[in-house]
Design a protein around this ligand. Structure first.
Ligand SMILES: Nc1ncnc2c1ncn2[C@@H]1O[C@H](COP(=O)(O)OP(=O)(O)OP(=O)(O)O)[C@@H](O)[C@H]1O
Length: 341
């Protein structure tokens, strides 16, 4: 048995290793990236407060939150370019080391390429910084630039490329050294639809190869489509985390009613029912637990014809608004449990 600052090794047999952590036996060595209780302040600004979540091996994890919520700070700490005040980041069950950090592929939000350096030269250089030999680096650069559609620009200076193509090069820079973890900050912003497809395909491939992939984005439809799980962050804390279906199931059940003759206020007074939105003849109602949707239908029919009546769950965008905007206006009223996954 071995004791470290953060954990006690209780068994080690082949690849199945276990840790006792906070009284629970946890299997390690499974390629997970864990952000555990990470806090960070910038002077008086609390950027992160006990941020906790994990990205599993072979999982695409979407990291969403409003501007200034703490996404970039989390990612920079996960990469080790920024130190946390407290908390720990682990990969494969153990706190990150310099060696592990070199094996992370990172795409920074502020982009980090040298504008006057040629694309090919720069990518080879970056691959070598991550420990690759020159021949392997050249092969990887040829492969990834071909894959990302920028192989014809290898001899051009980065600054001569369009912003979208610079972004493709930036993704190539994150991938050339065959990273074991991928962390991408706003990787999709500013890309044309074809480049979005290429980027999505590459991320899915990395996921299939068993890599934990985490990316931040404000494009929630894309996150909803692509991710296995999503974490919503607000004011430096994870306020909802789970698969899109889990999160949607946690949101209120809604009923859409198209009743052209219904007067304003027709649904007022039905127990457990709140009018969420009204658009012409259509009303979207939120139903709290125990509310009777048949009572809604009867009330709608009492007004005249009903052309549409269907139940639905909120989209990720609506959930995001509920969690981030409404909860922000009413502290402590978050609709979802933390780390619900
Ligand atoms: N170097 C810094 N000095 C002072 N405050 C900072 C610094 N970097 C970030 N912050 C603050 O920390 C908080 C979290 O910022 P962060 O960049 O992590 O948010 P974000 O979720 O990535 O936002 P965005 O979606 O706008 O990129 C914000 O209040 C921000 O103003």
């Amino acid at each position: 048995m071995k004791t470290t600052a953060n954990s006690i090794w209780v068994a080690e047999a082949g690849v199945d290793r276990y840790l006792e952590r906070r009284g629970k036996l946890v299997q390690v060595g499974d390629g997970r990236l864990e952000i555990d209780g990470v806090s960070k302040r910038y002077g008086d600004v609390v950027a992160l407060e006990s941020m906790t979540f994990e990205v599993r091996a072979g999982e695409l994890f979407g990291f969403v939150g409003s501007n200034g919520a703490g996404k970039t700070t989390t990612m920079r700490i996960a990469l080790g370019v920024l130190a946390a005040d407290s908390g720990v980041v682990r990969y494969d069950g153990v706190p990150l080391t310099l060696r592990t950090r070199r094996r992370i592929g990172y795409m920074p939000e502020e982009r980090g390429l040298y504008p006057r350096m040629r694309v090919g030269e720069q990518l080879v250089y970056l691959a070598q910084l991550h420990g690759m030999g020159l021949p392997a680096a050249r092969r990887a650069v040829a492969r990834w630039t071909e894959r990302l559609g920028v192989s014809s620009r290898l001899d051009d200076e980065v600054q001569k490329l369009s912003l979208g193509n610079q972004q493709r090069v930036q993704l190539a820079a994150a991938l050339v050294h065959d990273p074991v973890v991928l962390i991408l900050d706003e990787s999709f912003s500013g890309l044309d639809p074809v480049a979005v497809d290429v980027m999505s395909e590459v991320l899915r491939e990395r996921r299939a190869a068993g890599v934990p992939v985490m990316f931040s984005s404000h494009q929630l439809d894309l996150v909803e489509r692509l991710c296995d799980r999503v974490g919503i962050v607000r004011a430096g804390r994870m306020v909802a985390c789970g698969s899109v279906d889990e999160l949607r199931a946690g949101g209120d059940l809604q009923v859409v009613v198209d009743a052209p003759a219904a007067p304003p206020g027709w649904a007022d007074g039905i127990p457990g029912v709140v009018v969420r939105h009204r658009d012409g003849p259509r009303t979207v109602l939120g139903l709290t637990a125990g509310a009777d949707d048949q009572a809604v239908l009867r009330a709608a029919l009492a007004t005249g014809p009903v052309r549409e009546f269907r139940r639905r769950r909120p989209s990720l965008t609506e959930l995001f608004r509920n969690v981030v905007v409404q909860a922000g206006q009413q502290p402590g009223s978050g609709a979802f449990p933390e780390n619900a996954a």
